[in-house]
Design a binder for this molecule. Structure first.
Ligand code: ADP
Ligand code: MG
Length: 392
């Protein structure tokens, strides 16, 4: 068997088969990292063309709650992880009956539901934006309440700004709540943000933590646009964000890679949300750190020691969304963006996810510019971003 031990803890070594629930780009980067390290990977995802499924050793094309498919995954993999917080927590519990699952169903269940997430953060004594839980129309605060203007966010299945509505008053909140078919929601005060940061960290089953440097993030239409690392702004904010992210992971007794998003508001940090998986704002680690966030994910699930998370170069990551694919009106088909602008930059690392259909708001790829100078990396990344027509 491929089991060995480092300091008496069981370790899964290559060429063991690892399981990944979810076939998106995060799963794809996981497959790349696992392959580099000598492991095999089985991906479970319902999409025949999923980015990770296409490069995995085995793709089980089935729904995330398909018991037979889950049993097949559990039987063939030495350990299983996920890239997608909307995997049913029940499926993780089912897998955990027979194999190692990291992160736990418990922590994924908390992070995948905005109400349990907010309540957890609040009970853990972590600072969050003012919010109200909305189960019925009557729960929406009346006009004059301090919470307006606010953002109504559905509790489940939200990501990339989906399932969110900005509302100025009770009436608008009611309309939005109806539009969300009275699904359980969180109504959150709309804050004036100084800026946003995030921290990605890995925590192993013995409680060791490796924190990546704090990323400064800007969003467009609720979707991450640019990450600058190290974050500009005060070092004290970056440092506090790291401490808070570690608290989040410890209070969750988290095992795996987690991304914690923060608002900086009036010079204070508030925890926005957490993602129980590698995070888009941690993509810079692929090109700018000794160990990237996906290798850390492999290391945690296999029981290997965490790798060094040291950043060797300042980095700027820019997301590439489906919006920049030009439409060929005559042939009703999609043309390709002018990639030559990006590849002309010798400090740029391109990552396209192999998705067949470009759609507005869909994450199709990203690029990272690294440089000895952060300011120079920002300048160059912004130039390529403009050349590719991103954000117009
Ligand atoms: P998602 O799960 O889609 O990432 P978030 O709650 O993180 O949802 O919201 C996406 C983005 O929308 C945030 O990163 C931030 O830019 C903006 N946003 C969300 N909530 C607030 C708020 N209460 N005040 C100001 N901006 C917000
Ligand atoms: Mg978010």
């Amino acid at each position: 068997m491929n089991h060995s031990s480092v300091e008496n803890h069981p370790v899964i070594l290559p060429p063991a088969m690892l399981g990944m629930l979810g076939g998106g780009q995060l799963g794809r980067f996981f497959v790349v990292a696992a392959h580099e390290m000598g492991y095999l990977v089985t991906v479970l995802d319902p999409d025949v063309n999923s980015p990770a499924g296409k490069i995995a050793d085995l793709h089980i094309c089935a729904a995330f709650d398909d018991k037979a498919a889950l049993a097949k995954l559990a039987n063939s993999c030495a350990a299983i992880t996920t890239e997608f917080e909307n995997v049913p927590a029940d499926s993780l519990s089912f897998l955990a009956e027979t194999t190692t699952v990291r992160p736990s169903a418990y922590s994924v269940a908390i992070a995948q539901h905005r109400v349990s997430e907010k309540n957890f953060l609040k009970q853990a004594g972590l600072p969050v934006a003012p919010y109200v839980v909305v189960n019925q129309v009557e729960d929406l605060p009346v006009d004059g309440s301090d919470i307006y203007p606010a953002i109504l966010k559905v509790a489940r299945f939200g990501y990339d700004g989906k399932g969110q509505a900005r509302v100025k008053n009770q009436h608008e909140a009611q309309l939005a709540f109806m539009q969300f078919e009275r699904e359980e929601c969180v109504l959150e005060k709309m804050l004036k943000l100084d800026y946003e940061v995030s921290v990605v960290l890995a925590r192993d089953s013995q409680g060791n933590v490796a924190t990546f440097p704090t990323s400064e993030n800007s969003h467009l239409n609720g979707i991450l646009d640019v990450s600058i690392v190290p974050a500009r702004g005060s070092d004290s904010i970056s440092h506090q964000a790291q401490k808070l992210a570690i608290q989040v992971a410890e209070k969750l007794d988290y095992t795996g890679v987690i991304g914690v998003e923060f608002f900086v508001c009036n010079g204070e940090l508030l925890v926005n949300e957490m993602a129980p998986r590698p995070h888009n704002s941690g993509h810079y680690t692929i090109d700018a750190c000794v160990t990237n966030q996906f290798e850390q994910q492999v290391r945690v699930m296999t029981g290997l020691p965490l790798g060094s998370s040291r950043q060797h170069s300042p980095a700027v990551m820019v997301n590439i969304l489906g919006d920049i694919w030009p439409l060929d009106v005559e042939n009703q088909s999609q043309l390709e963006p002018a990639w030559q602008h990006a590849f002309a930059n010798t400090q740029l690392k391109m990552h396209l996810y192999g998705k067949q259909q470009a759609r507005s708001g869909r994450k199709m790829g990203h690029f990272t510019v690294i440089n000895v100078s952060r300011d120079e990396a920002i300048k160059q990344a912004m130039q390529v971003r403009a050349d590719l027509n991103i954000g117009n």
